[in-house]
Unconditional design. Structure first.
Length: 105
């Protein structure tokens, strides 16, 4: 699924909570130390060609450190209303619509 936009994060390692995994992933991917806030939503997505993902999204209001792109082709900060103009992974598209419409934040 190269060249599609996605949110930072990744797999939960054994012994980690979802929040601990997000702290680790944000450090590895963006070089920041984040304070993880409340859960925003959870999505289970089944791909047409097989495979499924269970995604959990959390609010991050504060972090320390400068964002350093360590793994992505590009990193962008955009307004929520502009998110639908980016081509996201299929699993994220419902979330994108809801964020842009102001339904979740």
């Amino acid at each position: 699924m190269a060249l599609l936009w996605e949110f930072p994060g990744g797999k939960i390692e054994p012994g980690e909570s979802p929040q601990q995994a997000l702290v680790r992933e944000l450090s590895e991917e963006l070089g920041i130390q984040a304070e993880i806030g409340p859960a925003i939503t959870r999505i289970r997505h089944n791909y047409r060609h097989g495979g499924a993902v269970d995604l959990q999204f959390f609010r991050v209001r504060q972090f320390t450190g400068e964002i350093v792109n360590q793994i992505y082709q590009q990193v962008r900060w955009v307004k929520l209303r502009d998110l639908p103009s980016y081509e996201f992974l299929a699993a994220d598209r419902g979330l994108i619509r809801d964020l842009a419409a102001g339904k979740l934040l």
